[in-house]
Design a protein around this ligand. Structure first.
Ligand code: NAD
Length: 429
């Protein structure tokens, strides 16, 4: 099945316009080529298993009726029930939801989480909706998806503009229809109604574990390592705190208001307290203000983009000084930047590996809901560490075996697992 990998070069970008999903599919194609996937299996893995679109009529607070559009795409459920977040945004569209669902399939396969991939979205502008309207949209969307969702079928989670409260409404609506409490139908819930300890910080913890794994491979000791983190939200701030706790020096951080640099090391607790009080880093005095672009090009050992997509591009990839990049965000590196970073010998731990801590602890939440027995924070963190380390080591081995980047190796491992499972199960007709 595996062809001569030495004859392959990193994928040359073929499309003019690059978005994170096109970037993902280019890397998928490359990994599929190395695996020598049969054309039928290739088509199967590219095609979503199910797409459902529903209309959501809501009586608004002013008495008028408005119709919203909601989607749920199940990309693949061959490994188990499908899993993926629900986002509320004005630009939600079915193609984007399809791509995000595929992304979830690879993440779950890579981490050995027994779930398939899915994603959902409602086209709406949450900043213009009241809490009552948001609750109505969530409950009607859930009611319309009763045949899709299920604790052993399809399990949503939070994503952009949805949160623990949204998950509580989904759980309650689904439970009302089923005439019993079904906690495991959704993850990312408040702890009081079956959420897991450690879920909120799980993505940042997974990024930290990946960072330590990559540093070990190149012989970097935490006390001698400088780190820059872009993004200071859920993932960025938690990663910064945990990496600092390991002994690294944080020399740069950034948020939407700009970059902040201190070569003697930033006091992370102070920065977090500042953001708790002021929402953003603007005005933080523990570091010198620099631009967002400068942050990415700072002198450091490890760079962790944990803000948004398309931050490392063909324009700045040549100027990055870090030895290691750990992708906390989804899609922070464009496909055109990949070959530049590879040529320069910069190690990149890809998003589908580095930020998979969130979905892994979502899996733990689901397990606890199904068994009805709840774990301590310590148990959650130990199991997360074990699964992240196993995935990292296995990606590292594959990269060595095929002489490819960690990113392509991650796709190879994920696609190989789903393809082999498909072979064993066979195609029902
Ligand atoms: P968030 O909204 O909590 O935080 C985003 C942060 O990025 C904020 O501090 C914001 O100010 C900053 N930011 C935005 N634009 C910026 C720019 N141009 N330069 C510098 N900083 C900028 O979001 P989050 O949940 O932390 O997610 C961050 C990334 O991680 C996203 O790509 C998301 O898809 C990905 N991710 C999140 C999770 C999760 O569990 N939250 C899981 C997997 C992947």
């Amino acid at each position: 099945m595996v062809q001569d990998s030495n004859s392959y070069k990193e994928p040359a970008p073929i499309k003019d316009k690059e978005n994170p999903f096109q970037s993902m599919m280019e890397r998928f194609d490359y990994a599929a080529e190395i695996l020598g996937l049969e054309p039928g299996v290739y088509q199967y893995l590219k095609t979503p298993a199910k797409q459902v679109t529903v209309s959501i009529p809501i009586q608004m607070d002013n008495g008028n009726v408005e119709i919203f559009e909601g989607h749920r795409v199940i990309h693949n459920d061959i490994l188990g029930p499908s899993k993926g977040g629900i986002r509320y945004a004005p630009d939600v569209d079915i193609d984007e939801v399809k791509a995000l669902a595929a992304w979830m399939t690879w993440k779950c396969a890579l981490l050995d989480v027994p779930f398939g991939g899915a994603k959902g979205g409602v086209k709406c502008d949450p900043s213009k909706l009241t809490a009552v309207e948001l609750e109505k949209i969530t409950r009607r969307y859930t009611a319309n998806m009763m045949d899709v969702f299920g604790d052993d079928k399809d399990i949503p989670a939070p994503d952009m503009n949805t949160n623990e409260q949204t998950m509580a409404w989904i759980m309650d609506t689904y439970s009302m229809h089923m005439r019993r409490t079904v906690s495991g139908v959704v993850t990312g819930k408040p702890i009081l109604i079956g959420g897991s300890h450690g879920r909120r910080e799980a993505t940042g913890r997974g990024v930290m574990i990946t960072t330590m794994g990559a540093m070990e491979k190149v012989g970097l000791k935490p006390k001698d390592t400088t780190v820059v983190v872009q993004g200071f939200g859920n993932v960025g701030s938690m990663t910064t705190k945990l990496v600092r706790e390991q002994g690294c020096k944080i020399v740069g951080i950034a948020d939407i208001t700009g970059g902040y640099y201190n070569k003697r090391g930033i006091d992370v607790d102070k920065a977090m307290e500042y953001v708790r009080q002021n929402k953003v880093l603007s005005g933080f005095t523990g570091a010198e203000k620099i631009t967002q672009a400068e942050v990415l090009e700072l002198e450091c050992d490890v760079l962790i983009p944990a803000a948004k997509e398309d931050q490392i591009t063909e324009k700045n990839a040549g100027k990055i000084k870090a030895k290691i990049i750990i992708e906390g965000a989804n899609g922070p590196t464009t496909a055109k930047a990949d070959p530049i970073l590879n040529e320069r010998g910069i190690i990149v731990a890809p998003d589908i590996l580095a930020n998979a801590g969130g979905v892994t602890v979502s899996y733990f939440e689901w397990v606890q809901n199904r068994v009805g027995y709840y774990w301590s924070l310590d148990r959650v963190n130990r199991r997360l560490e074990r699964m992240m380390k196993n995935a990292f080591d296995s990606v590292y081995d594959t990269a060595g075996k095929h002489k490819v980047s960690l990113r392509i190796a991650a796709y190879i491992n994920a696609i190989d697992k789903v393809a082999k499972t498909l072979k064993l199960r066979g195609i029902y007709a």
